[in-house]
Design a protein around this ligand. Structure first.
Ligand code: MGD
Ligand code: MGD
Ligand code: SF4
Ligand code: MO
Length: 676
């Protein structure tokens, strides 16, 4: 038995350092590494069981070639040589006939490693194929909104929570997606720090909060403006901070805030005036209020405006200037690594880009040239992309040569011509930087590849060789590439010798209480932008405001409910589908209704219901509880059809864009719910 120090590669802000106990090539235990101060010796309930994922009986053992109709899941085993020969000859033929843009290939986020994810994208960049504009199914709206207000910089360090005097968890379900921040919050509460939760779902944190605001979906900017209104009214705005570090607040104060009276905000958000007043009073009294902003509030038409407005709030009290205060949305922008060395080793400056959300549409409709070959690694768009019916119609195209690289026969893989067995992260080595903390870490390989699985990294390098790419990065080892990532580093990064990283364990680039000089703003003005000329230039409102979702006018109607889609506690998208224990812990895919909405439809807990709209219908088990307010139907997680009574939630969601960042609008979805 021996122990290997590695890093969790799942798509999660925490980026835990892990200790993996290995016996005769098998993972026998995964635990948190006590040597990582933030993730502090515990892994979440999903990853504790990643041994089961590595050794799952459902793992793909060999490459597969399709033998039945697309989507039928009928395959026969083939050798790696046969599979690679087929890919090489098909891609070369397509490039000769139609040019490289007739191919689209990518790796997405299920492996967060900078090499296993980055180099696969680098392969397609170098080939000059069509490129995926990634992140739009996830955080591109949040990122654009944060950048409009704060700039392309990180936010408050979650380790500063030790100094906070108020915690506001705004649209972030910490027990599901950020358990180590929750641990910090629990410590803070032992010191008497209050917790406010603002979420349309009564999450576990909400049920424990000192103040829970069950906000109506999509009305966050109204609440933030209402709080600003009260702060100004009550003389709680930090005028010195506003004058020195922000731009345009006087216009917000004159033109916007007068409308956002507590009474109006209560009407829009569905909250009680007294609760809005309490929240504003606590927020105004706090010096070091820590705001954790989740992506949930960004997932509809005006999502960007919501998140941007919330991100402006700590500027009004000056919390951005104090250690323990401010806001954390994501930290990834703070790491100025030389990503281009891996992601863009060579290739044309311009190539056709396809928004991830519109992948189905592009496969069906692009003509110049049509996309004839598709390569997908670490993504399951047949379940997780909106408008999955369109996505599946595209995957069903007989003339589309589809290769899927995955440790499991995912729903998407069922539509492939070739399926290639991938390693899980515990079978590879890589380098990571977090998106919810300021740590970086080298990850060792814990166990050898299972069956005939290849890592993304190995597959990419072999395909690059076969396609005749000469870039050195396709022949370097992971350790050699580490040096490339630090080329041209400045600031804290420049102090790090990359050669030491494989032995170094977790390395932080964060400030400390002593060195922190206030939130840095990376906007064009160098200030927190209440007025954004950048947004104005895009035809968006330059000042924060709230408007009803235009989709409501089209889709909402008598008896219709708005969709609330949230992360699963024991499932992260479909990444843990291969773990039977976690599937059972999460329970059968369900829809949750408020008792009033269930009663109005004559529905009862436990029965099967059908959720439907113009796009389609899915059948799920009904749960009736006061976890959501009336008017909302909650569907936790994105579960594959095989687990549900019928279908998957994204069959009901459209592929329209958010106002900022061209992101997904899953929650701009209204539905009927009736007995199945
Ligand atoms: N267990 C688990 N962990 C995960 C994931 C998972 O699926 N499961 N996914 C991973 C990935 S890929 C990502 S991007 C991150 C996602 O991280 P986030 O998107 O930040 O997810 P949450 O933090 O749970 O935030 C969603 C919360 O927002 C709430 N919400 C929805 N609409 C609104 C609204 O209009 N206003 C407000 N105030 N709140 C709203 C939801 O009820 C939910 O509680 O998590 C990662 N971690
Ligand atoms: N309705 C609705 N839909 C959503 C969301 C929502 O909130 N609501 N959230 C969206 C968000 S935030 C995201 S990020 C997306 C996530 O969407 P996906 O990226 O599709 O997420 P996963 O289900 O994790 O799929 C990843 C696939 O990668 C495979 N995989 C795991 N590790 C590796 C590896 O090392 N190599 C390879 N080649 N494959 C690997 C897994 O087995 C799985 O099949 O979903 C989005 N979809
Ligand atoms: S909390 Fe996140 S980073 Fe940590 S083990 Fe779980 S999924 Fe991985
Ligand atoms: Mo995501």
């Amino acid at each position: 038995m021996h122990t290997v120090r590695t890093v969790c590669a799942h798509d999660c802000p925490d980026m835990c350092s892990l200790l993996v106990h290995v016996d005769q090539g098998r993972v026998v235990k995964v635990e948190g590494d006590p040597g990582q101060p933030f993730t502090a010796g515990f892994a979440c309930g999903k990853v504790n069981r990643d041994g089961d994922l590595v050794h799952s009986p459902d793992r793909l053992a060999t490459p597969l070639r399709r033998t039945g109709p697309k989507g039928s899941g009928q395959f026969a085993p083939i050798t790696w040589d046969e599979a690679l020969d087929t890919i090489e000859t098909t891609w070369k033929r397509i490039i000769a006939e139609s040019g490289p843009e007739a191919i689209l290939g990518y790796a997405y986020s299920a492996h967060q490693g900078l090499m296993n994810r980055g180099l696969t994208n680098g392969l397609f960049h170098a080939l000059g194929t069509s490129r995926l504009l990634g992140g739009t199914v996830c955080d591109s709206c949040s990122e654009a909104a944060w950048e409009a207000a704060v700039g392309p910089v990180g936010g408050a360090d979650p380790e500063s929570l030790d100094a906070s005097d108020l915690v506001v968890c705004w649209g972030a379900d910490l027990h599901a997606t950020n358990v180590h921040v929750w641990a910090k919050v629990e410590h803070a509460r032992k010191r008497g720090v209050k917790l406010v939760v603002i979420d349309p779902r009564r999450t576990r944190a909400a049920a424990n909060a000192d103040l829970y605001l069950p906000i109506r979906i999509g009305t966050d900017s109204a609440l933030a403006l209402g709080v600003m209104h009260i702060l100004v009214r009550d003389g709680l705005a930090d005028r010195a901070y506003l004058a020195q570090h922000t731009l345009g607040f006087e216009r917000v104060e004159a033109e916007i805030l007068p409308r956002f009276t507590p009474a109006y905000v209560a009407e829009v958000t569905g909250l009680a005036v007294a609760d809005i007043e309490s929240f504003a009073a606590w927020y105004g009294a706090a010096k070091r209020s820590f705001l954790r902003i989740g992506f949930g509030m960004s997932r509809f038409t005006h999502g960007g405006q919501n998140l941007r407005t919330v991100a402006l709030l700590p500027g009004v009290t000056g919390a951005y200037g104090r250690w323990g205060g401010g806001a954390l949305c994501a930290t990834a922008s703070a790491f100025g690594l030389n990503y281009g060395a891996v992601r863009k080793p060579s290739g044309p400056a311009q190539a056709r880009t396809v928004n991830h959300l519109k992948l189905g549409e592009a496969l069906l409709e692009e003509t110049d040239p049509p996309i004839r070959a598709l390569f997908i690694a670490a993504n399951n768009p047949a379940v997780t992309n909106p408008d999955t019916a369109k996505m599946r119609r595209a995957l069903a195209r007989e003339d589309l040569f589809t290769v899927v690289h995955d440790p499991f026969l995912s729903t998407t893989a069922r539509w492939a011509d070739l399926v290639l067995p991938a390693t899980t992260y515990l079978e590879t080595e890589d380098f990571f930087r977090a998106y919810g903390t300021y740590y970086m870490q080298w990850a060792n390989q814990a166990v050898p590849p299972q069956g005939e699985a290849w890592s993304n990294f190995r597959l990419t390098q072999e395909l690059a060789r076969r396609m005749g790419l000469a870039d050195p990065v396709f022949r370097m080892s992971q350790r050699e590439i580490l040096g490339e990532l630090f080329q041209g580093a400045t600031g804290k990064l420049a102090e790090i010798d990359p050669a030491t990283l494989p032995e170094a364990g977790p390395v932080s680039i964060a400030d400390s209480a002593e060195t922190f000089q206030g939130q840095v703003f990376g906007t064009p003005s160098g200030k927190l932008e209440f007025y954004s000329a950048t947004l104005a230039a895009q035809g968006l409102p330059a000042l924060p405001d709230w408007q009803p979702d235009p989709e409501a006018a089209k889709q909402a109607g008598p008896g219709r409910l708005q969709l609330l889609t949230t992360p699963g506690y024991f499932q992260s998208h479909t990444a843990f589908t291969g773990n039977a224990f976690l599937r059972a812990r999460e329970g059968a895919p369900c829809a949750v209704l408020h008792p009033d909405d269930a009663a109005a439809r004559g529905l009862s807990h436990g029965q099967t219901v059908r959720l439907s709209n113009d796009r389609g219908s899915v059948a799920l088990v009904l749960h009736v509880r006061e976890e959501v307010r009336p008017g909302v139907v909650l569907v936790p997680g994105q579960r594959p059809d095989e687990e549900a009574v019928e279908g998957t939630v994204n069959m009901l969601c459209g592929d329209g864009f958010t106002d900022m960042g061209a992101g997904a609008t899953y929650q701009s979805t209204w539905l009927e719910v009736r007995a199945a």
